[in-house]
Every structure is written in C-alpha cells, then in structure tokens.
Design a protein around this ligand. Structure first.
Ligand SMILES: [Zn+2]
Length: 249
C-alpha cells in the first residue's frame, strides 16, 4: 500500500500530547499515549489510502469468498448470542465483509438486515449470497445512513479507523436512541498479549491504525452516550462489548 502519512502531535483518541514511541512492526511505528493508553500509528496513514488498499484482497469476487461455511457458522453463533437484539429488529453491520453476519441476522428473524463495506468485491459476494438483505458499497467515513437501526454490529472495524471519532459519529448516526451497538476489537490490555509485544497480531500495520484497551474503549463510548450492557467472554486477545445508546428521555 502506498501510504501518504503525516506525523501527529496529539493522540487521536484523547487529544493528549504526551505520547512516545511504543513498538515498530514491519517498519511502521506505533506510539502510545501516556494519558489514555491508546496505541496508534505515527505517522498515521490517510483514510483514502487505506480505503484503496481494502479493495479485492484475498481474491474475493461475487462467486468466491475464502472459507464461506466456517464464516457462516461463526456468524450464526455470534447472531445467536445477540438474538434478543435481532429478532423483529432492524440491524446494520458496518464493515460487513461478505455479509455473513447480515445473512445470519436475517435468518434469525431480523425485520431488516443491512450491510455496508468499502470493498466492492465483498459487497458483490454478499448481494449474491444473501438475497433478502440490503447491501451498500461505501467507505465508513462517507456513509450516510438513510435511517436509524436497533442493532449496529461493528466487528473488527474500529482498529482500522485513523480517526476513531469519525467512526463514533457514524455509530451515533446509525443507532436509534435506546438501541444497541455491538463492537469487537483487539484488546491491548489483555493478559494474553505476549511479553514481546511486537509479536502480537493486533499490531497489523498499516491497516490496524489504533489499538484500544477495554478502559479507553469504554471511555470513548461513554463520551458519545453509550452505556455498557454486556461483555462476552473474550476469545484470545479480543474484546466483545454490547453498548446501549441512552434514550433522549
Ligand atoms: Zn490518548
């Protein structure tokens, strides 16, 4: 990926200026904020370069997606965990890839099931594999939802956002007051992160632009009116949290 980037002077999460070099992976430098613990690429790649790099990877096409049956199975069990927020509800998956979660949500009785992804080939696959669902090809920094949803699924996406606040504003625009956001992301604070941190797969530059701890992720969501309601048991070094958006009343 051709990465045009600029060095930052402040933390993309808390705007603090006290950050220092943390780890170098594949020639990319991550810094860590002394105030909030967020680790981020410095210099930070631009969203435009990242979006270009997401197109058509792994040979994905309308009639091909790697390991489709295991993805269907995983998505089904994920959706089953969230069934109370899915059945009879409107659901959107931001960064939906091949649409596996969207398809599972529809199968489990979602009233409407929508997916958004920047990669045109994954959307072509999703449209063909999951008829009866609604798919949009758009980057998450430019997508404007036509309506608000009762469940927003956003899995392994926030670590790709050069500016997490842009994604938070999208979550807010997509989520109905009183609705839910389910988010998963690698957990830099996990006890299973190896002592030699450069060996942790969470650091995947240039696409993983920022790595959270559970504490700073919760603080970020709290700032936008999302309160934690459920924490699914982590698998390896990931975290899985369900938040509820405060209702206006
Ligand atoms: Zn910070």
């Amino acid at each position: 990926m051709n990465v045009a980037a600029r060095a930052r002077s402040t933390c993309p999460l808390c705007s603090g200026s006290r950050h220092a070099p943390y780890v170098v992976v594949k020639g990319y430098a991550y810094h860590r904020c002394a105030d909030c613990g967020f680790a981020f690429l410095d210099p930070m790649p631009s969203q435009i370069d990242l979006n270009a790099g997401y197109q058509g990877h792994k040979g994905i096409a309308a009639d091909y997606y790697p390991h489709p049956s295991s993805r269907r199975r995983k998505a089904f069990f994920r959706a089953l965990r969230l069934i109370r927020r899915i059945r009879g509800r409107s659901v959107i998956d931001l960064g939906c890839g091949g649409g596996f979660f969207v398809g599972a949500a529809r199968l489990l009785g979602a009233a409407t099931a929508t997916g958004v992804d920047v990669d045109a080939s994954t959307i072509a696959y999703a449209r063909r594999a999951f008829p009866g669902c609604d798919f949009h090809c758009a980057s998450l920094d430019s997508f404007v939802p036509a309506t608000r949803y009762e469940l927003v699924h956003c899995s392994e996406v926030i670590e790709h956002a050069p500016d997490p606040h842009v994604l938070m504003r999208l979550l807010l625009a997509c989520c109905r007051p009183g609705g839910y956001v389910f988010v998963t992301t690698p957990d830099l604070g996990s006890r299973y992160v190896p002592a030699r941190i450069e060996e942790w797969p969470g650091f995947a530059p240039p696409v993983h632009t920022g790595l959270f701890t559970e504490e700073n992720l919760r603080a970020l969501f709290d700032r936008y009116g999302f309160r934690p309601v459920l924490r699914l048991p982590p698998r390896k070094t990931g975290m899985k949290l369900l938040f509820r958006l405060e209702s206006a009343s």
